[in-house]
Design a protein around this ligand. Structure first.
Ligand SMILES: Nc1nc2c(ncn2[C@@H]2O[C@H](COP(=O)(O)OP(=O)(O)OP(=O)(O)O)[C@@H](O)[C@H]2O)c(=O)[nH]1
Length: 337
């Protein structure tokens, strides 16, 4: 099932991006979370930025699986007018690569009087403020663990001929691929209450067991012989028990266990992990888009047939001369004779 939300400031960000692009932008930098590059990519970005050259920056690469980062970089680098680099936003020298990459994307800007104008966007908590601070060498933007700290657009001159426009973190109204919702929650892009942490932790555990076997056993000192027969919920409980997340009466505090797993995953303590690969993500996205299109078509059809039915039902009422009611949008009920 698709996950939906659309807080007001997301709407404002959308408007801000559209206005900025209209004013003139050479390159759009989209900051992605290297641990979930596909899920953290905004599906609306191409239409919002109207085909501007794109630099995909896989941030937090220090926390991600290096081989999987390579696969994602190759995926993005194969797309037209697009370049991709991996980054750890807190490291200053690699951050400079971003400026170089933008200039390479738009070499014809060199020597022009007008500065290069670059828009930077990304989902909440992806590391935009950290990156901007590193690029400017000062605390220009607030950073924090909770998504949604950057609230206003700002222009930053990184060189006399290079302007960077910041935008607040933006999620999109509907996340079609359920798995993406979980990945965004696991990485911390979605606030604490959007999806229940216990469920997110269980899904994360399932993914880790599939893709990084042994990682949880090593971290939480669990015996592979014992965990083999456990399902993901039992594994979460076993982790809680190991970490002393026990309520009075001996019941496991699953909420606490979930917090531990999620915190340690986000901090990189479970190892360098990437939750998705391009092929799987693209296949899931294509299937979800197809299902969504079918759903919309079915809704439209239902609406049409309901309208057809209500106009047929309205006919006998039309014969009631005293009614005197014109047909309305919400379909005034005819009432029984
Ligand atoms: N390990 C690691 N942590 C990072 C990196 N970049 C950012 N972080 C951390 O991620 C958290 C969020 O970073 P911010 O820079 O506040 O994110 P933001 O995108 O500005 O967030 P919003 O204000 O929600 O838009 C902070 O705790 C940062 O220290 C990185 O490359 N590697």
């Amino acid at each position: 099932m698709a996950i939906q939300w659309f807080p007001g400031h997301m709407h404002l960000t959308r408007q801000a991006i559209l206005a900025r692009v209209k004013d003139g932008i050479d390159v759009v930098i989209e900051l992605l979370d290297a641990r979930a590059p596909g899920s953290s990519a905004n599906p609306l970005i191409a239409s919002l930025t109207q085909g501007r050259a794109a630099l995909k920056v896989l941030n937090k690469q220090d926390l991600a699986d290096a081989a999987r980062t390579e696969a994602w970089l190759a995926h993005y680098n194969s797309q037209p007018d697009t370049r991709a680099i991996g980054l750890d936003a807190s490291m200053s020298a690699p951050a400079q690569r971003l400026i170089t990459a933008c200039r390479e994307l738009k070499p014809n800007r060199n020597g022009l009087d007008k500065p290069m104008r670059v828009l930077i966007c990304g989902i909440p908590n992806v590391g935009k403020s950290t990156l901007i601070n590193t690029l400017t060498g000062k605390r220009a933007a607030k950073t924090g663990d909770e998504p949604g700290i950057t609230k206003t657009e700002q222009r930053i001159a990184l060189a006399h001929d290079f302007y960077l426009y910041d935008t607040p973190g933006m999620l999109w109204p509907k996340i079609l691929v359920e798995q993406s919702g979980f990945h965004l929650a696991a990485t911390g892009a979605v606030g604490r209450n959007a999806i229940e942490e216990e469920v997110v932790a269980e899904v994360l555990i399932g993914r880790l067991r599939r893709d990084y076997p042994g990682a949880l056993e090593t971290r939480y000192k669990l015996q592979a012989g014992d965990t083999a027969a456990m399902n993901d919920a039992e594994m979460l409980a076993a982790i809680g028990r190991k970490r002393g997340a026990v309520l009075s009466g001996g019941r496991i505090n699953l909420q606490k266990a979930a917090e531990i797993v999620l915190h340690e995953f986000r901090a990189g303590l479970l190892g360098r992990i990437t939750l998705e690969l391009p092929e799987e993500h693209l296949a899931l996205t294509a299937a979800a888009e197809e299902a969504e299109a079918a759903l919309q078509a079915a809704r439209l059809e239902k609406k049409r047939s309901r309208r057809g039915r209500s106009s047929r039902d309205a006919q006998p009422d039309d014969e009631r001369e005293n009614d005197g009611d014109n047909e309305g949008e919400s379909g005034g009920d005819g009432g029984d004779a």
